[in-house]
Design a protein around this ligand. Structure first.
Ligand SMILES: NC(=O)c1ccc[n+]([C@@H]2O[C@H](COP(=O)([O-])OP(=O)(O)OC[C@H]3O[C@@H](n4cnc5c(N)ncnc54)[C@H](O)[C@@H]3O)[C@@H](O)[C@H]2O)c1
Length: 265
């Protein structure tokens, strides 16, 4: 029987691949036979990870907010592979701040990475993806990483929530416009997952305004998850791989939650 999750021969770009969900997605894609160009703003972390994966993995140091950097990434993909089957827009940041203290720069910085980066990346991918479909690929796939905070609010995450809600709406609009082209666009909404995303936080505060330790913040989240645990990157990567694969050929403009029941409660 053919495995449902099969990415053999497909060419994939994954952003934010040096850490967390992107790293785990790259590991799974590699195991499933995809040819990879991994990108991250963290050049050293990405190089170390790519060396672990094996010599056939290409990398690019890439700030997703830069249109020029995206152009270089797609030029590299074209030169190396001459096709692009999959784009995973995973790179992102999350800033926690009480709304009253969060000036407009807090929103703008997250918008630039979490939303503009995806907007520019999707546009840049179109010519190669169109050519890949014209060359006979059944479909090509863009998977954008949103968050459950794009669906429900999170106290002290107003700007982050705004960016992740924008990712959902952006993805649906582009999916509809491209639906007849063989380019699919879907969104994944992870719940709280243990990664480095919180490393640059200003920690959330408790009801008295005292900063929570990262451990206390994670523990507080865990109590909100019906399954009683945080997610792991390994809980998210298979969903991304499914949406990237031809098994999802009839799925576009949809969004998929993996959150241990967080948003069902
Ligand atoms: N961890 C969670 O709880 C959670 C929940 C929901 C959604 N998400 C989303 O999942 C995605 C991955 O997050 P993660 O949890 O794996 O975090 P992470 O911090 O472990 O990994 C994010 C990666 O993105 C890279 N990055 C940051 N800014 C960049 C830029 N400007 N250009 C290119 N790369 C950049 C970082 O260097 C890092 O390697 C993000 O979009 C995040 O918002 C995470």
């Amino acid at each position: 029987m053919t495995a449902i999750l099969n990415l053999a021969g497909k060419v994939a770009v994954i952003t934010g691949a040096a850490s967390g969900i992107g790293r785990q997605t790259a590991t799974l894609f590699h195991a499933l036979g995809a040819r990879l160009l991994l990108t991250d703003i963290d050049a050293d972390g990405l190089a170390a990870f790519a060396a672990e994966l094996g010599g056939d993995v290409l990398t690019a140091t890439h700030d997703v907010t830069s249109e020029e950097a995206w152009h270089a990434v797609f030029g590299q993909v074209d030169a190396a592979f001459g096709r692009l089957d999959i784009l995973v827009n995973n790179a992102g940041i999350m800033v926690s701040k009480p709304f009253a203290d969060a000036g407009i720069e807090v929103l703008r910085r997250q918008m630039a990475i979490n939303v503009e980066g995806i907007y520019v990346g999707m546009r840049g991918a179109l010519p190669l993806m169109r050519a890949t479909v014209a060359a006979g690929a059944p479909t090509t796939s863009i998977v954008n990483i949103s968050s459950v905070y794009g669906k429900v609010g999170g106290a002290q995450f107003a700007a982050y929530s705004a960016t992740k809600g924008a990712v959902r709406a952006l993805s649906k609009a582009v999916a509809i416009e491209l639906a007849g082209t063989g380019i699919r666009v879907n969104t994944v909404l992870p719940g709280p997952v243990a990664t480095n995303l919180g490393a640059s936080w200003e920690p959330p505060t408790d009801a008295d305004g005292h900063p929570l330790t990262p451990e206390a913040a994670l523990a507080a989240w865990t109590t909100l998850i019906p399954m009683g645990r945080l997610g792991e990157a390994t809980d998210i990567a298979p969903l991304i791989a499914f949406l990237a694969s031809d098994a999802a050929a009839f799925i576009t403009g949809s969004e998929f939650i993996a959150d241990g029941g967080y948003t069902a409660a």
